[in-house]
Write a protein that binds this ligand. Structure first.
Ligand SMILES: *[C@@H]1O[C@H](CO)[C@@H](O)[C@H](O)[C@H]1NC(C)=O
Ligand SMILES: *[C@@H]1O[C@H](CO)[C@@H](O)[C@H](O)[C@H]1NC(C)=O
Ligand SMILES: *[C@@H]1O[C@H](CO)[C@@H](O)[C@H](O)[C@H]1NC(C)=O
Length: 403
C-alpha cells in the first residue's frame, strides 16, 4: 500500500515537473492560488538563540514596493551602523507582503556588494500573503561596522493586467549585545560557546552561522559583479563559463573562507529532476530541461580547481505544486543556504601581493544560474605592514571530472 502511494506520488510529481510550471519570467502558464484570509507563511527553522533578547538598536533601513521591476537595477540605500550602540550580534529581518496574482521571485540583499541574504517570495492570493524572515548576519560584522556603504535589494517582478502582485518589503537590521550570562543555556542546543578576546560569541546552530571557535572575519571581499545595474550576481548562462573577479589578499591573512551563494532559474530551476539528454532524445521529447540531475559549483583560483559544492535543491514557493508550500515553504526557500569552502590551504600561493582570479562555474548547467560569493579573511593584526604570514602549498591534485 505504502509503495502504491509512493508510486502515485512520483507519477504526480513527474507530471508536474513535465508540465510547464516553471516560475521563471519567460513562462506563460501559471497556477493560481486562492485564499480567503490574509495568510502568514513561514519556513520552519530553529529560532535564533538570542531571539528573545531585546536588541540594543534597531535600524529600519529599507521600505520599498517592488512592482514592475524587470531590468531595473537593485534599490540602494546608504548604510552606516547606528550611533552609540554596542553590539556583537546582528540580525537581518526581511518582512514582505503581497496580494493579487504573481509568480514567486528571487530576491537578494547585498551590503557593500557582498551577498548577505538570498530569498524567494511566496506566490500571493487575492486576499494577501505575508511573511518574516530573520537571518543571523553576525558573520558579516566587518561590513556591518563600516560607514558610508550601501545596502541594495533586488527583486525582479513583472506587473501587468494579469500579474498584479506587487511585493512590499521592509528590511530592518537588529543589533544585539550579548553577554555570556544573558543567554539562557536552554536556548542553545549544543552549549557550544567561545569566549573571544573582547567579546563573547555564542555559536548559532542554524545554517550559515559561525562555527565553533570562530569569530567573524576581519575583512570580507565580495566576489561579485561590479555592474550593480543587473544585480551584483554573475548570471551564468552556460556550463563552460568561468565568472569571477581578481582580488589582492592582504599579506597578513591567516585564514580564508569562500562563501558561495547560488540560485537556479529557467531551464535549471528544477535541475535535480532534469533527465539525461539521451532520455530526451530517445523519447523524442521537446523539453530543453536536460543535462541530467547533477550540478556542481566549482571554485577556481587562477587556473586551479580548489573546491566545489553540490547545492541544496531549494524548491521556491511556486515550485512543483505551489499548494505543497502553503503556508509552510520548503527548506531554504526563505533563507537560501550558502556554501563555505575553506581556501586557507591555498594561502601560500595567494600571499604574494599580486592579484588572483577567483572564478566559478556550474558543471552541466543550463541557463541560468545567479552566483556570487563573499571571501571572508582573517588577518593577523599583530603582523604589521612589513611582515607577512608564511605558507606553502605542499601538495596539490584534483581528480578528473567528466563533463
Ligand atoms: C550613548 O549611550 C549612553 C548609554 O546609554 C548614554 O549615557 C549617552 O548619553 C549616549 N550618548 C549619545 C551621544 O547619545
Ligand atoms: C516585521 O515582522 C515582525 C514579525 O511579524 C514584526 O515584529 C516587525 O515589527 C516587522 N517589522 C517591520 C518593519 O515591518
Ligand atoms: C512595512 O512597514 C510599514 C511602516 O511600518 C508598515 O506600514 C507596513 O505594513 C510594513 N510592510 C511589511 C510588508 O512589513
Amino acid at each position: 500500500m505504502a509503495n502504491l502511494i509512493f508510486f502515485f506520488l512520483i507519477i504526480i510529481l513527474i507530471s508536474f515537473i513535465n508540465a510547464p510550471i516553471c516560475s521563471s519570467l519567460e513562462n506563460p502558464s501559471h497556477f493560481i492560488k486562492h485564499g480567503v484570509i490574509q495568510q502568514k507563511y513561514l519556513e520552519i527553522s530553529r529560532p535564533l538563540p538570542f531571539a528573545n533578547l531585546t536588541p540594543s538598536c534597531t535600524l529600519p533601513i529599507l521600505s520599498h514596493h517592488f512592482g514592475d521591476t524587470i531590468g531595473l537595477p537593485p534599490v540602494s540605500v546608504a548604510y552606516a551602523p547606528p550611533d552609540n550602540c554596542s553590539w556583537n550580534h546582528v540580525v537581518l529581518q526581511f518582512n514582505a507582503s503581497s496580494n493579487g496574482i504573481q509568480y514567486d521571485r528571487i530576491a537578494a540583499v547585498w551590503l557593500d556588494g557582498a551577498d548577505i541574504f538570498r530569498t524567494s517570495t511566496v506566490e500571493p492570493t487575492e486576499s494577501g500573503v505575508f511573511w518574516t524572515v530573520t537571518k543571523d548576519v553576525t558573520r558579516y560584522s566587518s561590513l556591518l561596522a563600516k560607514e558610508d556603504i550601501s545596502l541594495s535589494v533586488m527583486l525582479e517582478n513583472m506587473v501587468n493586467d494579469v500579474y498584479t502582485g506587487v511585493y512590499y518589503v521592509n528590511v530592518t537590521i537588529l543589533y544585539y549585545y550579548i553577554e555570556e550570562m544573558n543567554v539562557p543555556l536552554s536556548t542553545i542546543s549544543t552549549n557550544r560557546k567561545v569566549r573571544m578576546v573582547d567579546d563573547v560569541f555564542v555559536d548559532n546552530p542554524i545554517r550559515g552561522s559561525l562555527g565553533l571557535n570562530e569569530k567573524p572575519a576581519d575583512l570580507i571581499i565580495p566576489i561579485s559583479g561590479n555592474n550593480g545595474g543587473e544585480g551584483f550576481w554573475f548570471r551564468i548562462q552556460s556550463d563552460s563559463e568561468w565568472r569571477g573577479k581578481s582580488v589582492i589578499i592582504p599579506k597578513n591573512t591567516y585564514k580564508a573562507v569562500m562563501e558561495i551563494c547560488v540560485s537556479f532559474h529557467g531551464l535549471d530551476e528544477f535541475w535535480y529532476s532534469n533527465p539525461p539528454d539521451s532520455y530526451i532524445r530517445e523519447n523524442s521529447l521537446t523539453s530543453q530541461r536536460g543535462h541530467g540531475s547533477y550540478r556542481e559549483v566549482l571554485l577556481n583560483i587562477d587556473r586551479n580547481l580548489v573546491g566545489s559544492v553540490v547545492p541544496f535543491p531549494v524548491i521556491y514557493p511556486g515550485g512543483i505544486n505551489p499548494l505543497y508550500w502553503d503556508p509552510i515553504v520548503s527548506i531554504g526557500a526563505f533563507d537560501h543556504p550558502s556554501y563555505d569552502i575553506d581556501i586557507t590551504p591555498f594561502l601560500g600561493d595567494l600571499l604574494d601581493g599580486k592579484s588572483h582570479f577567483m572564478g566559478f562555474k556550474v558543471l552541466d548547467s543550463l541557463p541560468f544560474w545567479l552566483v556570487d560569493a563573499n571571501l571572508h579573511l582573517w588577518v593577523d593584526k599583530q603582523c604589521t605592514s612589513d611582515c607577512e604570514v608564511q605558507g606553502e602549498v605542499v601538495d596539490y591534485g584534483t581528480p578528473d571530472y567528466e563533463m
